[in-house]
Design a protein around this ligand. Structure first.
Ligand SMILES: [Zn+2]
Length: 328
């Protein structure tokens, strides 16, 4: 199965502070782990470069004032230490990579992955929750406006996808369905919501919930997305619901996460999927393992297949070789 994987090694520089939870090396570790397992998993990886965003693309969801603040004043409001030209450029490239994913869908790609994608907390006029530009909301809007598609967004990051939801709520051709822990950041989505008029769905889970609750919610997403008539699916695949992730208290395993994405892939066998990585704060082990496990599901590899790939056994060597290759 072919996986179109958008990547750039400069993603490793997406570091919002020395001790900040967001560390860009998670992207390098995931890319290296994915390339390592691809032959055994029979994944045909097509690696594509990112590009910077255009102003027109950013304007789909952001105000001119905010775009200027980030791209001209180099102030994303998301990083420590004041204006930063490199992080501003990277914020644009993180958004642009998801636009490359949209272009791949337009030419017929089925499985497209951009791990720095799904910055789901960013709002029209400000960054929020480590997210500067709202790439998923913009991608969905572009697919509706320019291609006449109906887009369903499944958000299985541990936090409510408030930015994506806010920026697309009035667009009846975009469905959002967020599964997340209740009672934590960003302070919204804490109540179950089934708004069929706006196609907005929220499934708050409780601290301690795990794979079973995730899979039940994803089955409900499949029902709603089928009824809606989705012809493109975006998955905000935050890895921060893993049991060992430090920012929240859900108990997903890499196998449950694989199964969740597999349920979508099986129910929508010929529908293009764009997978974005959203959050994940175990850069040296569980975050890359969760993402690679999910990508395996897009490629038709289930939990047993993932277990046979021995991600746990491989990740230590992968992390060591990535840090070795980036040391001068
Ligand atoms: Zn998150």
């Amino acid at each position: 199965m072919t996986i179109h994987f958008i990547h750039d090694d400069t993603y490793g520089n997406w570091v919002l502070g020395a001790t900040h939870p967001t560390q860009g090396r998670r992207y390098l570790h995931a890319a290296a782990l994915l390339q390592d397992i691809a032959p055994a998993a029979e994944l045909d990886l097509k690696i594509l470069p990112t590009r910077e965003a255009s102003r027109a693309e950013l304007s789909l969801v952001h105000s001119q004032e905010y775009i200027d603040r980030v791209l001209v004043d180099f102030d994303g409001g998301a990083w420590d230490g004041g204006p930063n030209r490199e992080l501003s450029r990277l914020a644009s490239a993180l958004f642009g990579g998801t636009m490359v994913a949209v272009e791949q869908v337009r030419v017929g790609a089925l499985n497209v992955v951009h791990l720095p994608g799904a910055k789901h907390h960013a709002q029209a006029n400000q960054s929020s929750g480590f997210c500067v530009f709202a790439d998923f909301a913009a991608a969905a809007t572009a697919l509706v406006q320019e291609d006449g598609r109906k887009v369903a967004i499944l958000d299985i990051d541990v936090h409510h996808g408030d930015g994506t939801e806010n920026l697309t709520r009035e667009n009846r051709s975009i469905l959002t369905f967020s599964v997340h822990q209740t009672g934590i950041f960003p302070g919204t989505g804490w109540v179950r919501e089934d708004d069929h008029e706006h196609q907005v769905f929220n499934r708050p889970l409780n601290a301690g919930d795990g794979d079973a609750e995730l899979l039940e919610a994803v089955r409900e997403f499949v029902v709603e997305a089928k009824a809606f008539g989705a012809d493109v699916i975006l998955i905000a695949g935050g890895a921060d619901g893993h049991a060992e992730d430090s920012l929240a208290r859900l108990n997903y395993s890499i196998y449950g996460f694989n199964r969740a994405v597999g349920l979508v892939r099986e129910a929508f066998a010929s529908t293009p999927v764009i997978f974005g990585g959203a959050g994940g704060y175990r850069p040296d082990d569980f975050t890359p393992m969760m993402w690679v496990s999910a990508i395996c599901a897009l490629g038709g590899v289930g939990p047993d297949g993932v277990e046979a790939l021995d991600l746990e056994g491989r990740i230590g060597g992968i992390v060591a070789s990535v840090s070795g290759s980036t040391l001068v």
